[in-house]
Design a protein around this ligand. Structure first.
Ligand code: NAD
Length: 278
């Protein structure tokens, strides 16, 4: 068992709503590896969720911040540096929300108001966080910033709606800011592309259970769960990955590289056995 991978490091974790949240698992593991944490979420999520329990478990403060508000982010980063008595070593962006997904509005019928909200909360918030930290010079040299994403950035998965567009933008921001932050301050910026995982945000996707089942069957290693995702985030926060930046790392049991599995071929044959051509 590897221990103390994050000993002496200080990090901000965005997006722990309840114990199903991927950010919750990351916070627990980061704490277990010796990190000091600051937890944040939108005020309404702090009220509705159970982040207080996580704060108690990890000995962390909770500071509310709407990730679409530059003012909130500035206050958050300056409070973090006060609490930590210096710069921040790692940041997790674990934020996603689409009004279309939430209200079941099909992609082709989205209003642009809804779409802008999806992009602002789920992708531009990453740019806002990076820009705030960069302007305030709040992240230590060789620090690490990670955002969570999904393979719908590269491929169309029915039901994922405009979140696919948001994830494509999120991954692009990781590369664009990763270049600047790496060159000028030696700060790493990466995304982790996670298997479908049963969380509050995940379960809102139309046909989510079938998506989980399909990708589990298609992946040679099976779906990765939230704890598996947290392990990958910990390695990216640690000094073991100092030269990894501007990457999208698939933590999906191999799903993203699969075309068709033997099982899927067999099932496909069966389903058409009794079907006449065309
Ligand atoms: N669950 C999955 O299947 C899955 C798969 C791949 C990637 N992801 C990504 O993982 C991340 C975390 O999602 P999760 O599955 O743990 O679900 P979750 O619902 O637990 O977390 C989403 C978080 O986003 C926060 N959020 C929403 N609007 C915000 C705002 N304006 N300001 C600050 N925070 C805000 C919510 O309060 C919540 O804590 C998301 O980026 C999601 O897209 C999830």
């Amino acid at each position: 068992m590897i221990t103390n991978l994050l000993q002496g490091k200080k990090g901000i974790i965005f997006g722990a709503l309840n114990d199903k949240s991927i950010a919750w698992h990351v916070a627990e593991k980061a704490h277990a590896q010796g990190a000091q944490l600051l937890l944040t979420n939108a005020s309404v999520a702090i009220r509705m969720g159970t982040i207080g329990e996580l704060a108690e478990k990890t000995g962390s403060e909770v500071i509310p911040a709407d990730a679409t508000s530059m003012k909130d982010l500035e206050v958050l980063f300056s409070r973090a540096m006060e609490i930590f008595g210096g710069k921040i070593d790692f940041v997790l962006h674990s934020i996603g929300m689409s009004p279309n997904v939430r209200k079941g509005i099909p992609y082709a019928e989205s209003s642009y108001e809804n779409m802008l909200k999806t992009l602002d909360i789920s992708a531009l918030s990453f740019h806002r966080i990076l820009q705030t930290a960069y302007k305030m010079d709040a992240i230590s040299e060789w620090g690490s910033v990670v955002a969570l994403t999904y393979v719908a950035a590269q491929r169309t998965l029915a039901g994922y709606n405009d979140m696919g567009d948001a994830k494509a933008l999120l991954e692009s921001i990781a590369r664009s800011f990763g270049y600047i932050y790496g060159k000028e301050r030696h700060v790493r910026v990466n995304t982790v592309s996670q298997s479908p995982t049963a969380t509050t945000a995940g379960s809102g996707i139309a046909g989510f259970d079938s998506l989980v089942d399909f990708s589990d069957r298609m992946s040679p290693l099976g779906n990765a769960n939230a704890a598996d995702c947290a392990d990958v985030c910990i390695t990216l926060f640690s000094d073991l990955t100092r030269k990894v930046t501007m990457q999208n790392i698939f933590n999906d049991g191999g799903f993203s590289s699969m075309g068709m599995s033997e099982r899927a071929i067999e099932q496909y044959r069966k389903s058409f056995r009794d079907c006449p051509d065309k």
